[in-house]
Design a protein around this ligand. Structure first.
Ligand SMILES: [Zn+2]
Length: 104
C-alpha cells in the first residue's frame, strides 16, 4: 500500500497543508502529511462527490483534538464521557514499530 502511495506522488514537488497553507515538507525534505478523504455514494447528500484534503502534522492533530472535543460534547454526561478526552490514540489504526522510528 505504501508503494502505491509513493507511485502516486511521482512528479509532485510539494504538498501544501489545506488548513494553514504551509508546505508539509519536514526538516529532512520529506513530505509528511495526513489525508482526509471522502467519496460519497448513492443516497448521500453529496452523492458522486470525492474530497481529499492534506494536513500538516500540526493541523492534523489540531483537527483530531477538535474531533475529540466534539465527541466529548456529545457524550460528556455519559458514564464514559471523560475517557474520550484522554484517548491519545483517537483515530489511530496502527502503532509505530521499531522500523518506523529507527533509520534503516
Ligand atoms: Zn497546517
Amino acid at each position: 500500500m505504501k508503494v502505491t502511495q509513493a507511485a502516486q506522488l511521482d512528479g509532485i514537488i510539494d504538498v501544501a497543508c489545506d488548513v494553514c497553507g504551509m508546505s508539509t515538507r519536514n526538516g529532512d525534505g520529506e513530505l509528511q502529511y495526513g489525508t482526509m478523504h471522502a467519496s460519497w455514494g448513492r443516497g448521500s447528500a453529496h452523492c458522486g462527490e470525492t474530497y481529499e484534503l492534506h494536513l500538516c502534522e500540526t493541523c492534523f492533530f489540531s483537527q483530531v483534538a477538535e474531533m475529540k472535543r466534539a465527541r466529548w460534547l456529545a457524550v460528556m454526561f455519559d458514564e464514559e464521557g471523560n475517557s474520550s478526552l484522554g484517548d491519545d490514540t483517537y483515530g489511530r489504526v496502527k502503532k509505530p514499530t521499531r522500523d518506523d522510528v529507527e533509520p534503516s
